[in-house]
Design a binder for this molecule. Structure first.
Ligand code: DAT
Ligand code: MG
Length: 149
């Protein structure tokens, strides 16, 4: 089953959006299989954003993501990687459609509330960067037969 890594960033936590954000993925029909609340180390943040290392915003991005606690999550479901990106919305909240998380709650690219893996390879990499295998729970919600034929 497909899995993706999502993280509510320090701004989403500070603004009290944790419940609202988790609700959107729960009610869509995806399955939560991993969840932790932590203040990321610099090492973890730099590894997570390694692809952006040469970008001018890298230092500020790492500073921001390590500035407070984040909610790190793994969600499971058919098509969850691409679907979560749609639910999250465009990187710049000003370009994100209303109805998306960034479109509904953000105004600034450096405070865009939530991270979501962008492809199967990055999802695998990010899930194993943030979670040990035994921190992920293998389970099936009983409602599955009402979500899938
Ligand atoms: P996304 O988070 O939508 O996958 P990304 O991978 O291109 O976007 O960038 C990672 C994060 O870096 C993004 O969520 C916010 C920050 N960021 C990206 N472009 C930026 C820019 N031009 N100025 C400031 N921060 C930026
Ligand atoms: Mg990205």
């Amino acid at each position: 089953m497909e899995r993706t890594f999502l993280a509510i960033k320090p701004d989403g936590v500070q603004r009290g959006l944790v419940g609202e954000i988790i609700r959107r993925f729960e009610t869509k029909g995806f399955t939560l299989v991993g969840l932790k609340f932590l203040k990321p180390s610099r090492e973890l943040a730099e590894a997570h954003y390694d692809v952006h290392r040469e970008r001018p915003f890298f230092a500020g991005l790492v500073e921001f993501i390590t500035s407070g606690p984040v909610v790190a999550m793994v969600w499971e479901g058919d098509g969850v990687i691409a679907s979560a990106r749609k639910i999250i919305g465009a990187t710049n909240p000003l370009n994100a459609e209303p109805g998306t998380i960034r479109g509904d709650f953000g105004v600034n690219i450096g405070r865009n509330i939530i991270h979501g893996s962008d492809a199967p390879e990055t999802a695998q990499k990010e899930v194993s960067l943030w979670f040990k295998e035994d921190e992920l729970v293998d389970w099936q919600p009983d409602i599955m037969r009402w979500l899938h034929e």
